[in-house]
Write a protein that binds this ligand. Structure first.
Ligand code: NAP
Length: 297
């Protein structure tokens, strides 16, 4: 049987890096970083897909600077909304499957129980709005596309809460961390492992499962609880819970973003473990190189 060709965008990102490392077990991977494929350039997106002729596109590229997006709405929309629509069109044209990732920030966080896929969306910030537009652009094309919403992605590379807390913990006596936002931390490798498991060696079969799914670890935490789990049981730094109003940022965040993963479990037959398991594995993993250039082929 012919090995499938898999195009991975955003291959230097947290998730993209892990995907580029894991998906070769499923097919021949073309790992496209920003230099190879600029998602803000529609012609480049079309050319990349037409050149690669993939069986599967995994779109891990995204504009993820949540606060900066408030000022750079056009750039965020080009990458998070327009590019996914083009990828979906190109995938449909050649009968390829598209896997795309979205966010709990499509919701406004007013619920107090986990959000199912069918819950009404109402993003509070530009980033969330552009990600929702990306979901809609993909749905409008109507091909074999799977959208996985996830939350609070971290890992040992890139910019994320875990690395920020570890750096600040080494520098400061006290960390003041927001305790009135609840979500689920997700290790990027767990998300990539789940993706690779779904893809298997027959990505084409995924076309039958097109739709939106919530892909997340189980359990829930506030940023404060996440920080405490990262730092561990130590006397210094002290971790002090604070309210969102005491830590103003340009973009509003949902107070509650826990995703109900029952549909994913029922459809694919497995679930991610509790977020603390992912954190334990992540903290025990060896340090990462900064770049995925070695993986680009
Ligand atoms: N991070 C989170 O907390 C979080 C939460 C919920 C959902 N998600 C979603 O999960 C997915 C993966 O996120 P992540 O955490 O892995 O993000 P990330 O670490 O910020 O990686 C994003 C990747 O996209 C690339 N990118 C940005 N602009 C690009 C452009 N114009 N052309 C090509 N590539 C571009 C970045 O390239 P550079 O390295 O060159 O900038 C980077 O490789 C995204 O869809 C994101 O929206 C993330």
């Amino acid at each position: 049987m012919r090995r499938p060709t898999i195009l991975v965008t955003g291959s230097t990102g947290q998730l993209g890096f892990e995907l580029a490392r894991l998906l070769p077990r499923c097919g021949d991977v073309i790992a496209a970083d920003r230099a190879r494929l600029d998602l803000a350039d529609p012609d480049a997106v079309v050319a990349a897909v037409r050149g690669a002729k993939p069986d599967l596109i995994v779109n891990a590229g995204a504009y993820t600077a949540v606060d900066l997006a408030e000022k750079e709405a056009k750039e965020a929309a080009a990458i998070n909304a327009r590019a996914p629509g083009i990828l979906a069109e190109e995938a449909k044209r050649i009968g390829a499957v598209l896997i795309h990732y979205s966010t709990d920030y499509v919701f406004d966080g007013t619920r107090t129980t986990p959000y199912p896929e069918t819950a009404p969306t109402s993003p509070l910030n530009v980033y969330g709005a552009t990600k929702l537009d990306g979901e809609r652009a993909i749905a409008a094309v109507g091909g074999g596309a799977l959208i996985f919403r996830t939350s609070w992605v971290y890992g040992m590379r890139g910019k994320n809460f875990l690395l920020t807390i570890r750096r600040l913990a080494a520098e400061r006596e006290e960390l003041r961390i927001v305790s009135d936002q609840t979500g689920v931390p997700n290790w990027c490798r767990s998300l990539a492992e789940a993706t690779a498991r779904l893809v298997g060696d027959q990505p084409a079969a995924l076309a039958d499962r097109a739709g939106v799914y919530h892909l997340s670890a189980t359990g829930e935490a506030s940023w404060y609880e996440f920080a405490r789990a990262i730092v561990g049981n130590v006397a210094k730094p002290r971790i002090v819970p604070i309210a969102t109003v005491d830590y103003p940022l340009p973009a509003r965040r949902p107070a509650y973003g826990v995703l109900d993963t029952a549909l994913f479990r029922a459809t694919f037959g497995f679930a991610l473990p509790d977020w603390r398991d992912g954190l334990t594995r992540c903290l025990a993993s060896p340090p990462e190189p900064d770049s995925a250039f070695a993986l680009a082929n």
